[in-house]
Design a protein around this ligand. Structure first.
Ligand SMILES: NC(=O)c1ccc[n+]([C@@H]2O[C@H](COP(=O)([O-])OP(=O)(O)OC[C@H]3O[C@@H](n4cnc5c(N)ncnc54)[C@H](OP(=O)(O)O)[C@@H]3O)[C@@H](O)[C@H]2O)c1
Length: 270
């Protein structure tokens, strides 16, 4: 028996999730994408999926509906299809939209909240999943299986953890890139490197650092850092600057503001 996966919103996150599932015979995939150009593009790249502009039939209770529109589009988009849900499992990937809001909009009692991240599109994602008690064990396992095809999963203990993981896994991708941009800018402006050279070097540094951690999984990150930090050496001088300028405190503040924005969005878009 196949499970039907329907995605409301055919944007970046939807594509990242279903791309790894299209050739899996266990699933049939349908994407609701209102934008005709984006719909045509998806249909061309993935001929095995069905792309429609609206949901024009009622779902079955065993179907899974992914809510993958922007938080500010959510209320209108979800309310428009509330009579077609048949109490199937709704899997929200939206940041900052609570289970309670989705329940108020739909009266559907089966709602799972997740936070994936963009490396999901290359099967290197992290997806946090919060499934409340209304979700059965087999429904939970199925959702876990789906997200495991695009990376690792984290079982959130409560809904608040879903908002708290945003700065750690989802927005964190942008934070890492921002840090990399700082290296590249300094390499170009202070030391005269070409943009392309600096880009290539910093990208290799990042993938090398990550590969080294994976190759030495018993060693902590702090220990790996101390291995490249000789006493009175060059690295130590650079790290001292980060410490003096309280980089960790700035990071903590950025993560807190990111989390607070998720809470704010819950109020703004409910
Ligand atoms: N990107 C990330 O890193 C990330 C990480 C974790 C979670 N998320 C969550 O994932 C969700 C989707 O993000 P995204 O980056 O994939 O956004 P996106 O690329 O903008 O995708 C949303 C798509 O849904 C379409 N849409 C909006 N309302 C619709 C409706 N009523 N019916 C059919 N299609 C509709 C939009 O069309 P239009 O172009 O016409 O508006 C757009 O193409 C967000 O809620 C975000 O919080 C994203």
């Amino acid at each position: 028996m196949t499970t039907k996966l329907v995605f409301l919103g055919g944007g970046n996150m939807t594509e990242a999730i279903f791309a790894g599932l299209v050739s899996n015979q266990q699933f049939t995939i349908e994407v609701i994408q209102r934008n005709p150009e984006k719909a045509a593009r998806l249909q061309k790249i993935y001929p095995r999926i069905k792309v429609c502009s609206t949901l024009n039939y009622a779902l079955e209770p065993e179907d899974l509906l992914f809510l993958a529109i922007k938080p500010q589009q959510a209320k209108e988009a979800v309310q428009a299809i509330k009579n077609k849900l048949n109490n199937c499992v709704l899997i929200s990937v939206m940041a900052g939209i609570t289970i309670n809001s989705i329940y108020q909009w739909t009266n559907n009692s089966k709602i799972i909240r997740t936070i994936p991240n963009t490396p999901a599109s290359v099967a290197k994602g992290v997806t946090a999943i919060y499934a409340p008690e209304s979700i059965t064990h087999s429904e939970r396992e199925l959702v876990q299986q789906i997200f495991s095809t695009i990376g690792i999963t984290y079982d959130a203990r409560n809904e608040d953890e879903i908002d708290k993981i945003i700065p750690l896994s989802s927005s964190a991708i942008a934070f890492v890139y921002y840090f990399m941009e700082g290296f590249i800018n300094a390499a170009i402006n202070q030391f005269g490197f070409e943009q392309e050279q600096a880009n290539n070097i910093v990208k290799q540094v990042l993938s090398g650092s990550s590969a080294l951690l994976n190759a030495n999984s018993q060693t902590s990150i702090a220990e790996q850092r101390s291995r490249v930090t000789s006493k009175k050496g060059t690295t130590e001088q650079g790290l001292l600057t980060f410490e003096q300028e309280k980089l960790h405190e700035i990071t903590a503040q950025a993560m807190q503001n990111c989390y607070l924005r998720a809470l704010e969005m819950a109020k703004e878009f409910n």
